[in-house]
Design a protein around this ligand. Structure first.
Ligand SMILES: Nc1ccn([C@@H]2O[C@H](COP(=O)(O)OP(=O)(O)OP(=O)(O)O)[C@@H](O)[C@H]2O)c(=O)n1
Length: 453
């Protein structure tokens, strides 16, 4: 039985007892927008909790998710089954709510606890009738996000981020009164996980994730969670290479370019965050020399800022490392040249936390996010990338090959191995590279006979 069939079966049984079942929340909204939504939520009105529990147990093994909150689920189904409820804040934490479920609350009061008019729509499961107490259908048609109720909205500060997230995902505008309300809400008590979840939805699902940050900027709500992004506003850039405007404008353009490529990169979330963070360093190293703006070294100067930002929103070390590496290397998309010229960055390039392919894509986005667009062309960079991956796929000299040839691990050993590695990147095949590395070892020994290999 699908979730939709189960919802119908519950609705039929509830109707026998005088109850009514409604689809609620995002699934009604998405259906009206013609979008797919696999998460179905239903609300059962007009029958007591015990009768609902009995009815559910007749339909299969009843699994209570949170009986005290009046929420139920059935094994094997994603469907959320809830009683109408009201919520009242009792503290600052996101679980600090007193929940009262009441089967006879009525649809108006039940819908009033929801965040936006478009999310407060209900649909009768059996008749298809839409219940719209707060003008959600009109707002959907107009593309407007409007809060339902001042008091209930303010009680959950996450809704400020949800407003920005939905505005970005649906390209909706936020009603002036909702923006005003959002300005006054304190976001400091939110948990990083909840903040990350909303940002992630914007980064991975919005056609233009820049709208998420733009909306928060309008609401004056970048300061607590995104101060490093806020610092890009009004930050000047070199006028010759960046006629698009300040660092904020450039970053937002790069972010939207990055969103166009998120399906082909290896690590989409890291990639989008790298696009967001890549120029954080400009905030600390932008100077004017002879009337020209420069941000020399911003790719390394920004690393502490990037780290500070990411540690505020996540504990995922792999994600943090990926974004740090991408930021540090974003000016060196020419993988082959970078790999040959600096062994240190070569190691970073080979580090699993950065994908050369993603780095090239970030560089392309960086170039497209400028006016006039500039930087190496994608086809040139991709050609280098193909060469790079072809070389990396070949057999190469490893430590055990040097030992088999008679060298001892010691002080000079890693230098010889690095030499072999450079030969590998220069395209020299293994046998020849091993011969040259051993000749290099002999030369080193001759120059310094006392040093152990
Ligand atoms: N802070 C919140 C979270 C959720 N909701 C309500 O709960 C529903 C389900 O929430 P959620 O699953 O987070 O979002 P969806 O609206 O389903 O959107 P999506 O899953 O597509 O992001 C929302 O529609 C809204 O009515 C709310 O009012 N306030």
């Amino acid at each position: 039985m699908t979730d939709a069939e189960l919802a119908r079966a519950i609705a039929e049984k509830a109707a026998e007892q005088g109850g009514t079942v409604y689809f609620v929340g995002g699934c009604v909204r998405d259906r009206l927008l013609g979008l797919e939504n696999k998460d179905i939520d239903i609300e059962v009105h007009g029958i007591p909790a015990e009768a609902l529990e009995q009815l559910l147990s007749e339909l299969g093994a009843c699994m209570k998710i949170g009986k005290s909150f009046g929420i139920y689920g059935l094994k094997g189904h994603a469907l959320d089954i809830a009683l109408p409820r009201t919520e009242r804040r009792t503290g600052v934490g996101h679980r600090d709510f007193a929940v009262t479920s009441d089967p006879f609350l009525g649809t108006y009061e039940a819908a009033k606890r929801r965040d936006f008019t478009m999310n407060a729509l209900m649909q009768n499961v059996l008749t298809g009738e839409i219940i719209d107490h707060f003008g959600g259908r009109q707002d959907l048609q107009d593309g407007v996000l409007r809060h339902v109720d001042d008091v209930t909205f303010t009680e959950d500060p996450l809704r400020v981020l949800r407003a920005a997230q939905f505005a970005a995902r649906f390209q909706f505008s936020v009603a002036a009164e909702t923006v005003e309300l959002c300005r006054r809400i304190d976001l400091s008590a939110l948990s990083r996980e909840r903040v990350m979840l909303e940002m992630e939805k914007a980064l991975l699902r919005a056609e233009k994730p820049s709208l998420f940050f733009g909306e928060l900027r309008t609401m004056g709500q970048l300061g607590h969670w995104f101060p490093e992004v806020q610092a890009l506003i009004g930050l000047p850039q070199n006028q010759i290479h960046h006629q698009e405007g300040d660092t904020w404008t450039h970053t937002m353009l790069v972010l939207d370019e990055a969103a166009k490529r998120r399906d082909k990169v290896r690590y989409p979330l890291g990639f989008l965050l790298a696009a967001l963070c890549h120029d954080f360093g400009k905030a600390v190293c932008t100077t004017e020399i002879d009337g020209v703006i420069h941000s020399y070294g911003h790719e390394t100067a920004g690393l502490p800022l990037v780290q500070q930002f990411l540690e505020r929103i996540t504990t995922e070390t792999k994600l943090i490392q990926y974004v740090l590496n991408m930021t540090e290397l974003h000016m060196q998309p020419n993988i082959m040249a970078a790999a040959r010229s600096r062994l240190k960055s070569t190691n970073k390039l080979l580090d699993r936390a950065v994908e050369p392919f993603d780095l090239i894509q970030l560089s392309v986005c960086d170039g497209l996010g400028k006016l006039p667009p500039c930087g190496e062309t994608e086809s040139f960079l991709m050609q280098r990338y193909e060469q790079f991956t072809a070389i990396m796929a070949r057999p190469y000299v490893m430590g055990k090959d040097l030992i088999a040839a008679g060298l001892q691990p010691g002080v000079q050993f890693s230098e010889i191995l690095s030499y072999a590695h450079k030969l590998r990147l220069a395209g020299i095949e293994k046998e020849n590279a091993l011969r040259q590395s051993l000749a290099y070892a002999r030369k080193m020994r001759k120059e310094n006979p006392d040093a152990a290999t």
